[in-house]
Structures are given as structure tokens and as C-alpha cells.
Ligand binder design. Structure first.
Ligand SMILES: [Zn+2]
Length: 221
């Protein structure tokens, strides 16, 4: 994968197509950062049921293919849901159910949301305060449960069957579709910098649901 691809990938400017049987970063579905791929697979499984089957090479164990194995026995393309022949050259490496993929989407895609709602107010935050104010726990209040993340199984994924038009500057959230992303810089408190463990990072996120497009460390000491 060249750097141009990985740049495109990190920012989710394009959903995967029928050519994509794999997550585009080459990781396994339950570890991948290609959360649009994961969301599209989740949508296929929501409408058809079944499990995501990962096939590997019989000897070197590398993942070679993905299928959704529907309850009626058919094998389907993980992204488009169209019927595919079973992968007879390879062996079943593992199977994933929908809740495992949902947990991965939650853990990988919503760390920033959890941070903002946790009352971690010792971080200095500069940037999109207006957007964040809607989501943050006010100072002094105890962080409550997050009804959105606690009920992610009820959240509606983007309808990937419809054409997705992305305007310049927009990124694709797996729930809200193309959005103009918010961006903030988070900086650990001054005392951490004098103790040589200061961190500054930039988070790019969906202004609707705080899905995290990118979390880039820009400075540390
Ligand atoms: Zn969103």
C-alpha cells in the first residue's frame, strides 16, 4: 500500500467498492481501522444475518478471503451482499458475529467521544469548541452513561446502497455520511511537559456523533 492510499484510507473519503473483499489496510476485520468496510459488512449482516467468515491460506495462515456465511448456507460478498462461491482453496480461519464487529466500531471509532464525555478536563482543548459543547459533560457534573454508545445496536448505519456524494472537505462517517469534519488539538497539562511526558495530538471527528476519523500525535517530549 502506498502512502497516498493510506492517506485516503485514514480520512475515509471513499467507501469500499465491490472490489474490496478485504479491509483496505490489510488488517483483519476485527482489528482494522477501515471502519467504513466494517460498517458495510455490518449492514450486509444486519439485512441477511449469518457470520463473517475469514478464510486463510492452508499453510501460511494469512487471511485470503472474506465471505458472509448466511443462515441459509449461501456465501455472500461481505460488502455488496451479492452471492459468491464458497472459498474452497482456503480454510476457515475464524468467524465473527455482528456484535463483535459493532464492539470494534465502538472501541476504535469512538475513543474521542468517550474522552470528551468522561470529564477529562485536565486536557487543554483548542479548536471546535462550539461543536464539542453539545457533547461535553459540564464541569462539575458526574459523567453519566452514554445512551448513544450504550445503544449502538439501535443506531442506523449509513445506507451504503445509495450513491454517496462527497464534497470537497467532507469525510464519510459510517453513521452520518459525508460531513465537514471538526478538528481539535488536545494538549496534556503544562506539568506533564516539565516531567517529559507531554503530548499534543489532533483529532478529526464527525460533528454529529463524534466518530473519530483520525487521531494524530503531533508533539511529545
Ligand atoms: Zn457521525
Amino acid at each position: 500500500m502506498n502512502s497516498k492510499d493510506s492517506n485516503t484510507l485514514r480520512f475515509y473519503r471513499r467507501p469500499p467498492t465491490e472490489k474490496n473483499v478485504y479491509p483496505r489496510d490489510g488488517e483483519r476485520a476485527e482489528r482494522s481501522s477501515d471502519l467504513l468496510f466494517v460498517a458495510m459488512v455490518m449492514q450486509t449482516m444486519q439485512s441477511i444475518g449469518g457470520r463473517l467468515t475469514l478464510f486463510s491460506h492452508p499453510t501460511n495462515k494469512k487471511i485470503r478471503g472474506y465471505r458472509v456465511h448466511a443462515a441459509d448456507g449461501r456465501y455472500l460478498h461481505p460488502v455488496t451482499g451479492s452471492e459468491l462461491p464458497p472459498d474452497e482453496k482456503h480454510v476457515v480461519k475464524m468467524e465473527l458475529k455482528l456484535p463483535s464487529l459493532r464492539a470494534h466500531l465502538r472501541d476504535e471509532g469512538y475513543g474521542f467521544r468517550r474522552l470528551i464525555r468522561s470529564g477529562a478536563h485536565d486536557l487543554e482543548i483548542s479548536g471546535d469548541e462550539g461543536v464539542l459543547d453539545r457533547h461535553r459533560i459540564p464541569n462539575g457534573e458526574q459523567p453519566a452513561a452514554d445512551p448513544f454508545l450504550d445503544n449502538l445496536h439501535l443506531a442506523k448505519l449509513l445506507d451504503f446502497a445509495q450513491p454517496i456524494k462527497v464534497k470537497r472537505g467532507q469525510l464519510i462517517c459510517p453513521l452520518d455520511g459525508p460531513v465537514a469534519p471538526g478538528e481539535v488539538t488536545l494538549r496534556s497539562p503544562p506539568s506533564t511537559w516539565t516531567r517529559l511526558c507531554g503530548r499534543e495530538w489532533v483529532v478529526t471527528f464527525c460533528p454529529q456523533c463524534l466518530f473519530q476519523f483520525q487521531d494524530a500525535l503531533v508533539q511529545m517530549n
